[in-house]
Design a protein around this ligand. Structure first.
Ligand code: NAD
Length: 294
């Protein structure tokens, strides 16, 4: 039988990621009692109905009493405020982790408000998700075979890292560790820029169609659908991610604009040879990536 290692888990922000973490830990029989804290009562009631949480917190201090672990799963723009609020009531034994898509900002907030207990703070980021939000989208398999990145501080204790690693492994995730700055640079390229491109393409269609996008969208094929899937993601979440990773993202946008400008020049010059070479290069890189992945 699996040993319960979490008597009390408090999840702040019981949406797609927080809810999926709860469901995966429940399935692994590692958690006894889950308390949910959130902004929307309706979402929390639904979380209880779905069996994602056992209890809806009415009072933060009471919720944090005897907690083994607090998971911060709110949009990144809310994490600093949330850390400040919980810091008033956290017990010294409680481990705190987050799932924010950017890491340097979360660490700055932790240094400001959890300075007395950084040994128990383990920043993390599951590289898993969908374009859906809220607890209705939560799914126990979400993290299965997905990367989970830890960006511990120098002060984070080895025990706290092992504890969080064990929990994420039980959700099926593959764990890696890196510096928060490296994380934010990598994900500006691999996640944040692609989301900006998808949102921008949808807006571009709207502009070209002079505000009547359905005139064009009824002709969309699978390629358009695939490319823009992530433009269905939460605008609040993506506003926060863009603003918190502003510097890296600005560099990515500039570099991408250079690539587009180069491609525009090939096209304007009727330079089919270079155009084909450019597409061949992209195709080869993608083929190799898919081969390595399988
Ligand atoms: P979500 O919208 O599904 O869930 C967020 C929940 O937080 C909602 O229930 C919302 O009501 C609640 N909330 C918002 N502000 C709050 C506050 N101040 N106090 C308490 N609750 C509050 O979003 P999600 O996709 O689960 O994302 C949560 C976090 O995980 C974000 O930081 C995001 O960057 C990160 N993340 C998301 C993905 C993804 O693909 N969706 C992947 C990895 C990490």
């Amino acid at each position: 039988m699996t040993e319960i290692i979490l008597n009390k888990l408090v999840i702040i922000g019981v949406g797609l990621i927080g809810g999926s973490f709860a469901l995966a830990l429940r399935r692994a029989s590692l958690v006894e009692h889950i308390v949910g804290i959130g902004r929307s009562r309706e979402n929390l009631l639904r979380a209880k109905e779905l069996g994602v949480i056992d209890e809806i917190a009415n009072d933060l201090q009471e919720a944090l009493k005897d907690a083994d672990l607090v998971l911060l799963a709110v949009p990144v723009g809310q994490i600093g405020k949330t850390i400040a609020q919980i810091s008033l009531y956290l017990e010294s034994k409680t481990i705190v982790t987050d799932v924010g898509s950017t890491k340097q900002d979360v660490i700055i907030a932790a240094r400001s408000f959890l300075a007395h207990n950084l040994r128990n703070f383990v920043p993390s980021h599951p590289i898993a998700g969908t374009e859906l939000s809220g607890v209705n989208a939560a799914n126990a398999n979400l993290f299965h075979h997905k990367h989970l990145i830890l960006t511990p501080l120098e002060e984070t204790s080895v025990d706290a890292i092992h504890y969080i690693t064990r929990l994420w492994k039980s959700c099926g995730a593959r764990i890696s560790q890196m510096q928060a700055s490296q994380h934010d640079e990598i994900f500006a390229t691999m996640s944040h820029l692609p989301h900006i491109l998808a949102f921008t393409l949808m807006n571009h269609v709207c502009t070209i169609a002079k505000g009547s996008p359905s005139n064009l969208l009824r002709f969309a094929g699978t390629s358009f659908l695939d490319f823009t899937r992530i433009a269905s993601s939460s605008p609040e979440m993506w506003r926060d991610i863009c603003l918190t990773n502003q510097a890296s993202l600005l560099c990515q946008i500039d570099a991408y604009q250079d690539e587009l400008a180069a491609l525009r020049k090939m096209l304007a010059n009727n330079d089919g040879v270079t155009l084909e070479k450019t597409f061949s290069n992209a195709q080869a890189v993608r083929h190799q990536w898919l081969k390595d992945k399988s």
